[in-house]
Design a protein. Structure first.
Lengths: 141, 73
């Protein structure tokens, strides 16, 4: 498995765990779903933990395959990254349009921010999913 | 994903070049070992530049390394 594929798995897995926890807590009526400071506090902590996991995991993967980690992305890596970015962009656009549509019907900005965060997380998950699928199944750009 | 409409003889040419590894070929071409593996397996269509670079490593014309397969077209 390529170094970039391993790191994509790491980012996707850590992101799914972190934000399933975050949005699960919001659905379970955590104050982060209603108030600004609890939202910032919860989101900040979960994001920092995820960031730490990704950095530590990337260092570990790089230590096990130092030559691959040092190598620059080649044309296949770049083509796959572009494909993931393009698909993720459309998902993000649809998500943001939906956030705009529901905007007049919500009473607090916190709900809107959480909806936008959800759109971001889904778009990023799709981006990494497409990248992983392209590495696994092949890519004929 | 469907295979591209061409095949290649990179595996055979590596064997004939003294069992050249995918990594060694990748280093000479400027791509990763995984990209060479993906090209060999028909999972990735290389750019024209990389295709020419591979052919140059083996000292062969492009059509000796890559062959159009009308059945897959």
């Amino acid at each position: 498995m390529a170094f970039r594929e391993k790191t994509a798995w790491l980012v996707l897995a850590s992101m799914l765990v972190a934000y399933t926890l975050y949005f699960g807590m919001i659905l379970a009526d955590h104050p982060a779903g209603r108030e600004v400071l609890p939202m910032l506090w919860l989101f900040g902590r979960i994001t920092l933990v995820q960031l730490f996991v990704v950095i530590a995991g990337s260092i570990l993967i790089a230590a096990r395959t130092p030559k691959e980690a040092r190598a620059r992305a080649d044309e296949r890596d770049r083509a796959i990254a572009r494909r993931g970015g393009a698909v993720g962009y459309y998902v993000l656009m649809v998500g943001m349009i939906l956030v705009g549509v529901v905007m007049p019907f919500v009473d607090t900005g916190v709900t809107l921010v959480n909806a936008a965060l959800l759109a971001l997380v889904i778009a990023e998950a799709v981006r990494h999913g497409v990248i992983l699928l392209s590495y696994r199944r092949g890519w004929h750009g | 994903m469907a295979n591209p409409p061409f095949t290649n003889d990179i595996r055979t040419l590596r064997f004939l070049a003294g069992e050249m590894t995918q990594g060694a070929l990748g280093d000479r071409v400027g791509v990763t070992r995984q990209t060479i593996a993906a090209i060999e397996q028909g999972k990735y269509s290389p750019s024209l530049e990389v295709a020419f670079r591979i052919a140059r490593v083996f000292g062969k014309p492009l059509e000796t390394v890559f062959q159009w397969d009308a059945n897959r077209d």
